[in-house]
Design a protein around this ligand. Structure first.
Ligand code: GTP
Ligand code: MG
Ligand code: ZN
Length: 327
């Protein structure tokens, strides 16, 4: 297998004019791989403390960020990130290490693809719903891609049919693909063209494999079948963005075990369930949380079968997990 790596690119020295703009393609913690507006790659880092908004983030600069850079070392072709441009949007989650910190997964996105599986490994509905809520809350259009269709037996196929109907009715695009059999990939090609798309999901669901199928020349590392233990060892260790030949880009990310939501209040949660959002104004109380309140239009819709019970259970579970901040 050919492994192409742009990291720590050693190229002829390319001049960086003062205040030159660049985009972050990869972040390894302390070093960032950036591409400047002339198309040259640099290894860049930040100096001093960057305070963005008031958030405590484990990573001040994220893949997809637009930054300004200046030369640090001409011989080594390293640069300093001097400014981060305001983000159009981003998706973040709770840091797995500390619930008081968050981790920005990527910034300036047009859409997000949740790569999900029904077995090897199994993606839970709770995980799917949290991911959808996070995307909705940052105004990033999500789609769900069920991969590994080649191993679906009747049980998995029935589940796919059910979920595809549930999420389709909510308004999300749902795809059924098998990277292994190269099935269903064509339908995705048109969807990613010209857009910046985030690939996210558990480890081992086939995010990098799907990216390789879309960009066959890339040959990025995926989990060897023999290494596959079902335990979700991470093959991709850093988020990285890849340009598409006809325009647009895909951001491949390391798999995540859980998706901890940040900065969403109990009061706003139902706004991120589109099928609830459409009914909130009909609730008797305008601060209705749709649990025990009288005259609740959301609960009425669940009883009438217009809102799926599973989605409502996800809503109630997430609601319960939100700790209100005491300002
Ligand atoms: N049966 C089957 N296996 C697949 C399919 N797509 C990917 N795989 C296998 O699933 C394993 C994991 O694939 P990766 O692409 O490395 O998964 P990933 O989501 O990038 O994982 P992380 O980088 O750890 O987050 C590999 O052994 C792939 O060969 C598929 O459609 N069917
Ligand atoms: Mg991967
Ligand atoms: Zn209500």
């Amino acid at each position: 297998m050919i492994r192409v790596s742009r990291t720590m690119a050693t190229r002829p020295i390319s001049l960086i004019s003062p205040g030159m703009k660049a985009i972050v393609y990869k972040s390894t913690g302390s070093w960032y791989t950036v591409k400047d507006e002339a198309g040259n790659w640099h290894n860049a880092r930040i100096k001093g403390v960057f305070k963005i908004d008031d958030i405590t983030s484990t990573n001040p600069v994220a893949v997809g960020d637009q930054v300004e850079i200046e030369t640090e070392d001409k011989i080594e072709n390293t640069a300093i990130i001097t400014e981060i441009k305001p983000r159009q949007n981003y998706i973040n989650r709770q840091s797995p290490r500390s619930k008081h910190q968050h981790h920005i997964i990527a910034a300036n996105l047009d859409q997000s693809f949740l790569i999900a599986t029904l077995k090897e490994p199994r993606t839970s509905q709770g995980f799917i719903d949290r991911f959808l809520v996070a995307s909705e809350s940052y105004h990033v259009q999500p789609s769900i891609i069920f991969n590994k269709a080649d191993i679906y037996k009747k049980k998995e196929q029935d589940k796919f049919d059910l979920w595809s109907e549930i999420y389709g009715n909510v308004g999300y695009n749902v795809y059924r693909v098998s990277v292994k059999e190269n099935a269903g990939i064509d339908a995705l090609l048109g969807q990613v063209q010209g857009k910046t798309t985030l690939f996210s999901g558990h480890s081992g669901v086939g995010k990098s494999s799907l990216l390789n199928a879309i960009l066959p020349n890339l040959q990025i590392k995926t989990q060897d079948v023999s290494e596959w233990s079902g335990k979700g060892m991470h093959t991709t260790t850093f988020a990285e963005m890849y340009d598409l030949p006809g325009g647009g880009a895909i951001i491949d990310t390391p798999g995540m075990r859980e998706f901890g939501l940040v900065d969403i209040s109990k009061q706003e949660l139902s706004h991120y369930f589109p099928e609830m959002r459409a009914r909130i104004n009909d609730c008797q109380f305008n601060n209705c949380l749709h649990i025990n309140e009288p005259g609740c239009a959301v609960k009425a819709a669940v009883v009438e079968g217009e809102i799926t019970e599973d989605r409502y259970v996800s809503y109630a579970t997430i609601l319960e997990s939100i700790e209100e901040k005491n300002y």
